[in-house]
Design a protein around this ligand. Structure first.
Ligand code: HEC
Ligand code: HEC
Ligand code: HEC
Ligand code: HEC
Ligand code: HEC
Ligand code: HEC
Ligand code: HEC
Ligand code: HEC
Ligand code: HEC
Length: 425
């Protein structure tokens, strides 16, 4: 019985496999077979292709290069009269890829959620515009998507997976020879690698921006001055809103000074800190303001406020540490302290208003919380001291009792037992 079931199952399986084989495209892809036997440029595409998304979706060499894969003979397979295209010219590649990728009906059959606007977007990019004008040094589809090992962007092996993008763009943009004719800098990759954004990205947080987040991928172009704030503001929402309320907004707009990057840079965005508002070498504000003009004074007032709260929080934390080391329970005070820290974080965001009163709203509340936590810590320490005093007193009392008892026992031992004098010689 069991064997009969098993053999029916096997037969069914074989039947299904046979049907699948009949449906599939050419059984042998002679382009791949023949090319895989070559070394180097002729063979590499064939070796890479089996893992390419186009291969896994059943497409073949001929879908891009033309020709007839069912022909074993080289001449017949690669017959230009039969539509073989050979290696496409760089200027033709966007059209070649777009034949499918801009065809909504065709692509929907494979993946309805895939966008089909890559060619349109590409046309708006600096790359696309220059290609149209005959410059073939710019990026075409196959520069960013390695043509025989294309994978979905979500695959860590894809050249357009977020952590890979800096190298994909940097291959050209960090190459001084390639970029020489244009006279634009080639330090973007280097600078970006020194940024908090890169650090965050390589730390595994894919929410950090890469080249393509700020410039666009297919529509890659430098953001104009007016839109830089928007680019940064897509993630740093509050800073953008508060900047718009600052006294810088109108005069900077009029003078075409770009919002965020004037203070933070574009590629090498670094960690910030209160020192940016101070008067030391890191000072941002003194790059444009004098110490005693309205901007300089504002900077000092905000600086004093933030560093003041920071040191209050530090003092409170030190007291709580001591209380905790002494074994006292200060969990509630710790919570108060961390609420105080929240206020400091908020106040640092409020800096973007450049209005001291706005910053003070949060630092004032923070200071109260720091003080509350510190007092709770001091109370705990006082209680600890009180308990220690009590303990010392009871120890003295116990010592006194033990001592008295001991004296008592000694005096009992020393007393001669009755009748001893009688037996002495
Ligand atoms: C029997 C072997 C063989 C078969 C089958 C074959 N090729 Fe080739 N292919 C070659 C050789 C050899 C060359 C290099 C000489 C030449 O350009 O003719 C070549 C060259 C090419 C080139 C580069 C042409 C250039 O201008 O540099 C492409 C692209 C190519 N083949 C694609 C294909 C495709 C697509 C198919 C299937 C439709 C195919 N080949 C089938 C052997 C083969
Ligand atoms: C998705 C489209 C696509 C598919 C599928 C494809 N190719 Fe290509 N192939 C290209 C493009 C685009 C180029 C030009 C490469 C470039 O610009 O670097 C190219 C270049 C080549 C070259 C020349 C390599 C060189 O460095 O000169 C060969 C050979 C080749 N392909 C063979 C194949 C073979 C064999 C297959 C199937 C196993 C295949 N291609 C599948 C798009 C494709
Ligand atoms: C300057 C580099 C660059 C060029 C040129 C480029 N791409 Fe892309 N492409 C990317 C990046 C980066 C992504 C990943 C987008 C993401 O993660 O959302 C991508 C994603 C894609 C996707 C996945 C769907 C999507 O739109 O996110 C397709 C399909 C695609 N590209 C096709 C093309 C075609 C076709 C061309 C040529 C017309 C092209 N690409 C040119 C960089 C490029
Ligand atoms: C014959 C039609 C055809 C041609 C030509 C073609 N593609 Fe594709 N491409 C597809 C199909 C179908 C898929 C699979 C979509 C899916 O299932 O997700 C795909 C997938 C992709 C993806 C992955 C999209 C994702 O899921 O993130 C990229 C990137 C891509 N193609 C780029 C290219 C580039 C670059 C070229 C030109 C060198 C090209 N394609 C030429 C049909 C084509
Ligand atoms: C194949 C080489 C190549 C690749 C890959 C490449 N680019 Fe470019 N890119 C160029 C060239 C060449 C220019 C033209 C420079 C110019 O016009 O100033 C350019 C121009 C630009 C510009 C306009 C610069 C300006 O101010 O004129 C931006 C922005 C840009 N690329 C971003 C990117 C991004 C982002 C990527 C990766 C997703 C990328 N590029 C990948 C070659 C490349
Ligand atoms: C956080 C956003 C951001 C990231 C990430 C980013 N850029 Fe930029 N990029 C900008 C801004 C903003 C400008 C300046 C525009 C201006 O000054 O008008 C710029 C300018 C450029 C330019 C024009 C030349 C120049 O240096 O001024 C190129 C080329 C460029 N970036 C390429 C890249 C490449 C390549 C990467 C990745 C290695 C990258 N960018 C990452 C925001 C970014
Ligand atoms: C795609 C989202 C995104 C974009 C766009 C973006 N950032 Fe960031 N940024 C992040 C993330 C994520 C971090 C790291 C986590 C954090 O500190 O918030 C970060 C960190 C920062 C920091 C450091 C904060 C600190 O002190 O630790 C600054 C400053 C900064 N970004 C400024 C900018 C500027 C200026 C721009 C525009 C040129 C920009 N960001 C564009 C997501 C983004
Ligand atoms: C006039 C200079 C200036 C401008 C313009 C500016 N920032 Fe800042 N930014 C600062 C200073 C100063 C700090 C540090 C505050 C501190 O830690 O005391 C800071 C801190 C930050 C931080 C770290 C988190 C925080 O808020 O403490 C981020 C993120 C940030 N800025 C993003 C932006 C973005 C996005 C823009 C554009 C909308 C922008 N900044 C415009 C001066 C500026
Ligand atoms: C790129 C130059 C630049 C930097 C950097 C800069 N400012 Fe300004 N600031 C200006 C300009 C321009 C004005 C408008 C003209 C004026 O009042 O001097 C202004 C105005 C102000 C005002 C309003 C002054 C008034 O008269 O009402 C304040 C407050 C201010 N800035 C604070 C700051 C602080 C705080 C920093 C550092 C975080 C800073 N600024 C950094 C250029 C700058």
């Amino acid at each position: 019985m069991f064997l009969r079931c098993l053999s029916t199952l096997v037969l069914l399986l074989l039947g299904a496999l046979g049907a699948a084989a009949k449906d599939a495209k050419p059984v042998v892809n002679h382009c791949l077979e023949c090319h895989a036997a070559f070394d180097g440029k002729l063979g590499d595409p064939a070796r890479q292709f089996p893992d390419d998304i186009h291969a896994t979706r059943g497409l073949t060499c001929a879908d891009c290069h033309g020709g007839n894969p069912s022909q074993e003979d080289a001449e017949k397979a690669m017959d230009r009269k039969q539509g073989f295209r050979g290696v496409p010219k760089r200027s033709e590649i966007p059209q070649l890829c777009a034949r499918c990728h801009s065809d909504g009906a065709f692509m929907r059959a494979y993946n309805p959620s895939l966008r089909t606007d890559q060619l349109t977007q590409y046309g708006t990019s600096v790359h696309g515009k220059r290609l149209r004008a005959g410059d073939t040094r710019v990026a075409v589809c196959s520069d960013c998507h390695s043509p025989h090992s294309i994978r979905p962007a979500s695959s860590p092996l894809s050249t357009v997976h977020a952590p890979q993008i800096p190298m994909t763009c940097g291959r050209c943009h960090a190459d001084p020879m390639r970029m020489k004719p244009y006279g634009i800098p080639t330090n973007q990759l280097d600078d970006y690698r020194g940024s908090v954004h890169y650090q965050t990205l390589t730390g595994g947080d894919l929410s950090a921006p890469t080249c393509a987040t700020c410039h666009g991928n297919h529509g890659a172009a430098p953001p104009g001055v007016a839109s830089i704030e928007r680019v940064c503001g897509t993630c740093h929402v509050f800073q953008e809103q508060l900047f718009d309320q600052s006294p810088h907004k109108a005069p900077w707009q009029a003078a075409k000074i770009a919002a965020c990057l004037t203070c933070h840079g574009n590629h090498r965005v670094e960690h910030t800190g209160d020192a940016l508002l101070g008067t030391g070498g890191e000072s941002l504000c003194l790059r444009c303001h004098a110490k005693d003009d309205a901007g300089g004074k504002t900077a000092q007032r905000i600086y004093a406020d933030l560093t003041g709260l920071d040191s209050n929080l530090g003092d409170a934390a030190a007291v709580l540490d001591r209380a905790e080391r002494a074994g006292m329970e200060v969990g509630e005070a710790r919570l108060t302290l961390s609420n105080g820290r929240e206020k400091l974080i908020k106040a640092r965001v409020d800096v973007h208003t450049m209005i001291p009163a706005r910053v003070e709203q949060n630092t004032e509340e923070g200071r109260k919380l720091a003080l509350q936590a510190q007092q709770a810590g001091q109370q705990a320490l006082a209680e600890y001291a009180y308990r220690r005093k009590g303990l010392a007193l009871s120890l003295i009392a116990i010592a006194f009792v033990v001592g008295t008892l001991w004296l008592l026992i000694r005096s009992i031992e020393r007393r001669p037992p009755a009748g001893e004098e009688v037996t002495r010689p």
